[in-house]
Design a binder for this molecule. Structure first.
Ligand code: GAR
Length: 187
């Protein structure tokens, strides 16, 4: 199986979905930029190697170099961002060019960045969703490789919509990562 590293910052429900899915990959490292991320406990409960790295006192390039060195030391060829809420430096993206995937809670190219569900509701959209895409230097802008759609219902709060989309994320992401690996992308 392909050795993958998963990068998280928080809850870790997508990490959990990836870990519990039987695909052509093995999670060899979970990295969090937040030492208190609940997702680290989910990883530990599954016996996955974890690394919590605080960015205090480091600039973006220095921090990302440490993350990248740990990923290479673990022998991971593909990097899967799962709720990783820190911008990646251009140098990191170049170092792992074509080998970094992200899941974003909108139907890209709509609603890059934060507060996607509130923005979709405020716009009067009738559907929302999530997108798996390749990571490039520009935020949420790399090629989309998979999407899932859900309806927006009258009276939905951002929390309602978030829960509906998240259920689709958990289904979509392990499948998209598996397809990406099987189709011979990354290394
Ligand atoms: C997910 O909804 C993911 O799509 C989103 O953060 C959440 C993480 O949840 N990611 C982004 O907004 C990336 N900009 P999780 O920690 O439970 O997987």
């Amino acid at each position: 199986p392909r050795r993958v590293a998963v990068l998280i910052s928080g809850r870790g429900s997508n990490l959990e979905a990836l870990a519990d899915h039987a695909g052509p990959y093995r999670i060899v490292l979970v990295v969090s930029n937040k030492p208190e991320a609940p997702g680290l406990d989910l990883a530990r409960m599954r016996g996955l190697p974890t690394l919590a790295l605080s960015s205090r006192g480091l600039d973006r390039e220095q921090f990302d170099r440490r993350v990248g060195d740990a990923i290479e030391a673990a022998g991971a060829g593909t990097i899967v961002l799962a709720g990783y809420m820190r911008l990646l430096s251009p140098a990191f993206v170049r170092r792992f060019a074509g080998r970094i995937l992200n899941i974003h809670p909108s139907l890209l190219p709509l609603y890059k960045g934060l507060d996607t569900h509130a923005r979709a509701i405020a716009a009067g959209d009738t559907e929302a969703g999530c997108s798996v895409h390749l990571v490039t230097e520009e935020l949420d802008s790399g090629a989309v490789i998979a999407q899932a759609r859900v309806p927006i219902h009258e009276g939905d709060t951002p929390e309602d919509l978030s829960a509906r989309v998240l259920a689709e994320e958990h289904r979509l992401y392990p499948q998209a990562v598996s397809d990406f690996i099987r189709n011979g992308s990354g290394c």
